[in-house]
Design a binder for this molecule. Structure first.
Ligand SMILES: C[S@@+](CC[C@H](N)C(=O)[O-])C[C@H]1O[C@@H](n2cnc3c(N)ncnc32)[C@H](O)[C@@H]1O
Length: 394
């Protein structure tokens, strides 16, 4: 969809929202001016999502769930967490220790996991949450306050990754796609970097300039293995923060499993010639579009995950890639279907069947979302990958 197309289909902002968006635009304009009129998309995305008090994740808009901007798997259905609990229980039985959830959103997954793990007799010693958004951390505290005291007391919020090696499970659902990315486009044999500038009216807009040599080389290296050339004007993203992030998580994991679930692809599919406009998407009140310069601070901006990069970064810190599958295959292997058919009440079965379809149907979350398991010191098979092994595509 074109930028003007996106603008015309989005719901109008309230005057308060207009002021919020304008304040963040002003902050970015000031940084643009100080930087000589051009900012990398990565820096723009960082400010748009995380500028203190104004960025999308730092400020107070209602983000997740049906009344928010987008619906994640734990928001779509507790079935997601119920399946994950089975995997976590098996790991925790072997490793003991804890669960660390990164970017816990509304706290929905934490609530389901603690409840289900108690039912399975495998409660973690503690359930730690590392959340960069103060607004979402406050919502998580409110949500998890409703748990029974013996569950609630296990939950702690961390300011940074634990210094001592962690035994157990680290979880990150839809966190990697929120890491700021750099963008490039191809023009003849040249690589251009897409950044941001302010137009004559002061409105923020995309602007390309020749990439510096290190960035151009890095982009070329990403698609060097492709058998076919990428077409003129081809535009995509490179996430330079992914590898350091995986490295920091890998260093934190002493023994156990790091489970990542997110929109994403192996690299050969990510930089496919037909994916000419990349994977960047914006989410505003349940509408997905591709204009990152509207509704600043009020809409989510995401880019899919290059899972080959995740696997490379994991290998660099000694983690094994122990599973890679679509979300559909992963949840079905963990017994999703039985959770629906075993529900005693017919109305519950109908509701759960609808939720399960959303999690597994290819046109919904089933195919585009992948689950990857990275392990250290844990060799037992992971039940979620019993039906599918896509590691050969990495
Ligand atoms: C798209 S939301 C997903 C929320 C939740 N995991 C879910 O599935 O409903 C992204 C979450 O990641 C958090 N986040 C972004 N970058 C992060 C980082 N580097 N470390 C931890 N959390 C982060 C955001 O604040 C937010 O809670």
């Amino acid at each position: 969809m074109s930028a003007s197309g996106a603008r015309s289909m989005l719901p109008a902002l309230t005057p308060e929202e207009e002021r919020h968006s304008e304040a963040l635009t002003g902050l970015i304009r000031a940084e643009l001016a100080a930087a000589g009129g051009w900012l990398s998309f990565e820096r723009f995305m960082e400010l748009a999502l995380y500028a203190p008090g104004l960025g999308y994740y730092s400020a107070g808009s209602w983000k997740l769930g049906a009344g928010g901007d987008f619906v994640t798997a734990p928001e779509a259905s507790a079935l997601f967490g119920t399946c994950l609990a089975r995997e976590c229980a098996a790991v925790l039985e072997a490793t003991g220790g804890e669960i660390l959830e990164l970017g816990a959103g509304s706290g929905a997954l934490a609530a389901t996991l603690l409840t289900e793990l108690e039912a399975l007799g495998s409660l973690p010693q503690r359930y730690a949450i590392l959340e960069v958004s103060a607004d979402l951390a406050a919502r998580q505290r409110a949500r998890l306050a409703a748990l029974a005291p013996h569950l609630r007391e296990r939950v702690v919020w961390l300011e940074r990754l634990p210094a001592a090696p962690l035994a157990g499970v680290i979880l990150a659902n839809e966190v990697a796609d929120a890491l700021p990315v750099r963008r490039f486009s191809l023009s003849g044999t040249a690589v251009h970097e897409l950044g941001v500038t302010a137009g004559a009216s002061g409105a923020l807009t995309g602007a390309a300039r020749p990439a510096d040599a290190p960035f151009a080389d890095l982009c070329r290296a990403r698609f060097a293995a492709r058998p076919d050339a990428l077409p003129e004007g081809y535009t995509s993203e490179v996430n330079l923060r992914l590898a350091p992030w995986i490295a920091s998580l890998g260093e934190c994991l002493g023994r156990g499993v790091l489970l990542l679930s997110d929109y994403g692809l192996p690299r050969s599919h990510y930089y496919h010639p037909q994916r000419t406009a990349g994977t960047l998407r914006c989410h505003f009140r349940q509408r997905a579009h591709d204009d990152p310069y509207v509704n600043l601070g009020l809409q989510d901006i995401t880019a899919w995950v290059d899972f080959t990069r995740v696997a490379e970064a994991a290998g660099d810190v000694g983690l094994a890639v122990s599973g890679f599958a679509t979300q559909a295959a992963y949840l079905l292997a963990l017994g999703l279907e039985r959770l629906v058919t075993d529900a005693p009440d017919a109305r519950d079965r109908a509701r759960l069947a609808g939720e399960a379809r959303r999690l597994v149907m290819p046109e919904e979350m089933g195919e585009v979302f992948k689950v990857m398991a990275l392990t250290r010191g844990y060799d037992a098979p992971l039940a979620g990958f019993a039906l599918q092994d896509l590691r050969r595509l990495l």
